[in-house]
Design a protein. Structure first.
Lengths: 647, 388
């Protein structure tokens, strides 16, 4: 340990350049005997010198030495790496790499390091890798240690920390050394100190290390042993069932195995004699009771092992104590680890809560983007547009097509956003003029007609773009995620969608509250007849509103396409959620849509968190919740008041 | 009242007469009589179409007469199919399992039989336990009761909740669609107890009639579907005629006025919604043994919307319109998507109807809504007017 420390210090103090004149062979020649037949004590001197030399060829030499490939030529005492082939031996010069081929091993003496020495060499190798001038090699060595932790790595790792020039790698090394110290520290104090140092780390590997310390084995004994580090005494019924308890007794060979029904069956089949088994006719053996009776009769004749009666099972379970025993024998350390783990898990839970909140927020912003266009058309015109989802799809495909022509992703997104708006705006206006205008005051028929358009558009997209998902690649600066700690992280795309949603919220509020168009839209919403008599043209307003709602759907399509795949069915995936958002939020109100999107986003994430294995069930429960919610607030969270609220 | 009902509605007699002739012709031309002009698979298609006509008239009553655009009636149809499918699958598997036990040296216990059946049925979803909802699957009578009770109760509870809080119009449509989506998503889960997206299969084999040929089974189901359609037609024609029919149509035209006249609108709507759901369930129970397989995809919201499309194209507010719409569009749809329609070569592009049928259907649906709100049934009005 001390030797390794001093070794590391010398490593970083001595400049490799000043020793360039020295060759590996020179060092080896000064320690001929130690290289040839090293002892556990004497090897240290050679290793010290090798490390101190800083020669790059020392690393392959150490590997070759450990693998017993080093030979000495008796004639001049020089060392070589020997590679045995079929009928010849190739000697490789350790410094220059030039090769000499000899016929056989006459005149060569093999260096034979024993097990202990090879371990020491291995440590030095780790040491070498951890102190390699190339940072990628150091990183690889650290990663290798993190993958398979071992007591022997603690020393070299700690030794290399002081000389580590890269601050982030130094942190990693310190953390890793801490984890190794928790598991393999030499004294109780060292380990407890290391455990205490982990309490404010949230990463999964730290929790794994603490859980390793706290790993338990189920045990069973007649009485609780005094010397065991017992984690928990298990009570039958609460912690484990009687069946499991008995199985453990059987596994520990403390009780006879139960005779299973399959064994009973086999035994009965093997003992059929003249249509009878144990005095019971074969045809009557169609109940468990009859089979048990026949089997007991066989057991009475000594033909089969007797069944274990339920009473005997109970007695056997009652006579034993079942407990969990820590693998770690020292209770002080397990207590400290328990405390540290509890502290870590509290913080992890808080972080997970925040992370869930961020996820929910980003889902809510997606729903908001998908639904706000719908809310405008529905609220202003009372028109349900079932093809809204297909406008989202059109926007996404616009983005895809633009990317086919503009290879620069940033530029293509900048082009795609207004283009998607323009295309879906046009499609919306055309749909309003051609179809919806003729169906005013027949809302159910509008619903069905727009549904017909939705079927046709979806199939058209399938015919044009095929059924497979098309990628919409996000620009590079949107790759990756904003990482707060090991638990809380949010991808930049989600942040961008959130920002986009905020932008649209602001934009729509501005248009509705501060512009002439917004004034007219609100007037038509509240009372179309009165608005018309005030000189507003409701037809024009309706057309523009519908176009605006559809255009926003197109932009939402680009945003959604960036984070999900673009398929012809993507609109259908969002349409029901969008309707839910509008209906839950309250029709005809931007704030209502915001509230609806937030409620649904948070609700969905919350249910998924409660039941993470099953997203289908989460959606089912959410829809049921919304159906119930509508019962209590049929007009949504933010209900319009006055005449506008009338149907 | 009842005496004059048929006299007042000559179209009911006409319908039954046409249906009877049609059934007779198909039966005589089928493989059962040896003529074989109509193949067994086409008899099944026709039988299935009759079931779709039945659910379509139910849809017509709830939408065309009562003004409730339910986007959930195909879910009730599917529930009926699942209910009968459970018995068909259980009873058939039980037969196979008991047969396989017959070769064993000692007779099986009830537990062993049940385990083996469970393994056969639920092996695909990695389970062998019988879920609670299969508790009645061994009894045909109880499962037939389920065909009626489950859709009925679901519609009753859902309708009561929705109508009580005065959810109307498009809101109600969206809500029924949400219910359908929730049901479909639930059934898609492997642990729903109904074999997840594998659905129930092998339903064309009727337990107890293992020796009967598919040709005769298909004719029996065809005739049963025709009888059910006739009975449903008469039942609904009776409901929508007379005083009750007037109230129902009044609710469609102006709910508030009917309420002000002192009628308890919610009860009427609930009655219509529940009865039509029950009929939809019965139609499903007749449909799926002919289809042979049911899976959650059948229940997806889109199916219920197609149902509305059929009724709209056929003509709302007249029962024979729904029948025409369902038969016409569903047969046309299977002709187009089944590759029966010839591709159109435009020189630069070949229109393959398997790809373009939905585009055609979508746009023609828009056209019907815009220009022929009365649907195909509206043509009869023109005919009648010319004659008079």
């Amino acid at each position: 340990m001390l030797r390794l420390l001093s070794l590391a210090l010398s490593m970083c103090l001595i400049l490799p350049a000043s020793l360039q004149a020295q060759t590996l062979q020179d060092i080896l020649q000064t320690h001929q005997d130690e290289v040839l037949s090293p002892g556990r004590q004497s090897v240290g001197v050679v290793l010290d010198d090798l490390v101190a030399s800083g020669l790059p060829q020392a690393l392959p030499f150490l590997e070759a030495w450990r693998d017993r490939e080093i030979v000495q030529r008796d004639s001049d005492g020089l060392f070589f790496r020997a590679i045995e082939e079929d009928d010849a031996i190739t000697l490789v010069d350790l410094d220059t790499g030039t090769t000499i081929t000899v016929a056989n091993d006459d005149g060569l003496t093999e260096a034979r390091p024993n097990g202990g020495v090879r371990r020491a060499i291995g440590d030095a190798l780790v040491q070498f890798q951890l102190s390699d001038p190339d940072i990628t090699k150091r990183q690889a060595a650290v990663d290798a240690i993190a993958r398979s932790m071992d007591a022997s790595q603690l020393g070299p790792l700690q030794a290399s920390i002081a000389g580590e020039p890269d601050p982030s790698l130094k942190d990693t090394k310190e953390r890793l050394a801490g984890m190794l110290a928790v598991l393999f520290g030499e004294t109780q104090e060292v380990r407890i100190a290391a455990i205490a140092g982990m309490a404010d780390d949230l990463s999964v590997d730290v929790r794994a290390v603490l859980n390793t310390v706290l790993s338990t084995q189920p045990q069973v004994a007649v009485a609780l042993p005094d010397d065991a580090n017992v984690a928990q005494v298990l009570t039958i019924g609460a912690d484990l069932t009687a069946q499991e308890a008995y199985d453990r007794l059987v596994a520990a060979e403390l009780a006879p195995a139960l005779v299973t029904s399959a064994q009973i069956r086999d035994a009965l089949v093997a003992n059929i004699e003249g249509g009878m088994v144990g005095g019971v006719p074969v045809s009557a053996l169609n109940t468990d009771a009859a089979r048990a009776e026949a089997y007991d009769a066989l057991a009475g004749q000594g033909l089969v092992a007797p069944r274990v009666t339920p009473e005997a099972q109970e007695a056997a379970i009652a006579a034993h104590v079942f407990y969990l025993q820590y693998d770690e024998p020292d209770p002080v350390i397990t207590d400290a680890a328990e405390q540290a783990l509890a502290a870590v898990e509290t913080r992890v839970a808080v972080s997970q809560g925040i992370d869930l909140g961020l996820d929910a927020l980003s889902l809510a912003s997606i729903y908001f983007l998908a639904a706000i266009g719908l809310a405008i058309t529905f609220g202003v015109m009372g028109v349900i547009n079932m093809a809204h989802g297909e406008f989202i799809m059109m926007g996404a495909y616009t983005g895809f097509v633009v990317q086919q022509f503009v290879p620069d992703y940033t530029l293509s997104i900048i082009i795609a956003l207004p283009l998607a708006f323009a295309i879906t705006f046009g499609a919306g206006v055309a749909m309003e003029r051609l179809v919806i205008r003729h169906l005013y005051h027949r809302p159910l028929e509008t619903l069905l007609a727009t549904f017909g358009i939705s079927i046709a558009l979806q199939q058209l997209a399938k015919n044009i773009f095929g059924t497979q998902a098309r990628p919409l690649t996000s620009p590079e600066w949107l790759d990756g995620a904003l990482v707060f700690n090991d638990v809380i992280a949010i991808s930049y795309i989600r942040i961008a969608i959130f920002v986009l949603a905020l932008l649209f919220l602001g934009l729509i509020l501005f248009v509705l509250k501060r512009t002439r168009l917004g004034l007219e839209v609100r007037a038509v919403t509240q009372n179309p007849g009165m608005a018309a008599s005030m000189g507003i043209n409701p037809d024009k307003i309706n057309m523009l509103t519908f176009g605006l709602g559809s255009g926003i759907a197109g932009i939402a399509g680009v945003a959604i396409g960036l984070y999900a795949k673009v398929t012809s069915e993507m609109g259908a995936d969002y349409i029901v959620q969008s309707f839910m958002t509008v209906v839950v939020g309250g029709v005809g109100n931007v704030w209502g849509t915001l509230a609806g999107a937030s409620l649904i986003g948070f609700l969905q994430k919350g249910i998924e968190w409660l039941n993470p294995s099953n997203t289908l069930a989460a959606q089912t429960y959410m829809i049921l919740f919304i159906i119930l919610f509508i019962q209590f607030r049929p007009k949504g969270i933010v209900a319009l008041k006055g005449r506008a609220a009338a149907d | 009242m009842r005496k004059s009902f048929l006299a007042e509605n000559p179209s009911v007699l006409w319908f039954i007469a046409i249906l009877a002739v049609f059934t007779l012709v198909v039966t005589l031309l089928s493989e059962v009589t040896g003529v074989g002009l109509i193949s067994t698979s086409f008899v099944k298609t026709l039988g299935k179409t009759l079931c779709l006509c039945l659910v379509a008239i139910a849809m017509d009553v709830v939408w065309g007469y009562c003004g409730i655009l339910s986007l959930g009636h195909f879910a009730f149809f599917g529930i009926g199919g699942y209910a009968i499918g459970m018995w068909l699958m259980y009873a058939r598997t039980e037969g196979i399992v008991i047969e396989s036990f017959a070769g064993q040296p000692i007779p099986p216990t009830p537990q062993e039989v049940s385990d083996a059946i469970g393994n056969q049925i639920f092996g695909v979803v990695g389970s062998s336990e019988f879920p609670l909802i299969w508790g009645f699957a061994d009894s045909l009578f109880l499962q037939l009761l389920m065909v009626v009770l489950v859709p009925g109760l679901l519609a009753l509870v859902f309708g009561w909740l929705a109508f009580r809080s005065r959810v109307t119009g498009v809101y109600l449509s969206i809500l029924t669609q949400a219910m359908t989506l929730a049901l479909a998503l639930y059934l898609f889960q492997n642990d729903s107890g109904l074999r997840g997206n594998n659905g129930l299969s092998g339903l064309q084999n009727i337990p107890g009639f293992e020796d009967a040929s598919q040709a005769s089974i298909s004719i029996v189901f065809f005739i049963a579907s025709a009888v059910a359609l006739a009975a449903g037609y008469v039942f609904f024609a009776w409901i929508v005629s007379g005083k009750m029919g007037s109230v129902i149509k009044g609710i469609r035209d102006n709910e508030a006025r009917v309420r002000f006249l002192g009628y308890h609108v919610e009860s009427y709507k609930l009655f219509v919604f529940t009865t039509t759901a029950v009929v939809a369930g019965i139609a499903g129970a007749l449909y799926y043994p002919q289809a042979g397989i049911i899976n959650p995809g059948e229940i997806a919201p889109i199916a219920s919307i197609y149902l509305a499309v059929w009724v709209a194209i056929g003509g709302r507010g007249r029962l024979y319109g729904a029948v025409i719409g369902a038969a016409f569009v569903s047969l046309l749809s299977s002709w187009f998507t089944g590759g029966g329609a010839p591709d159109i070569n435009l020189g630069f592009y070949v229109i393959q109807w398997t790809d373009w049928w939905l585009v055609l259907l979508g746009f023609s649906f828009v056209a019907v809504t815009l220009f022929f709100p009365k649907g195909i049934g509206g043509l009869f009005d023109l005919l009648v007017r010319k004659q008079s």
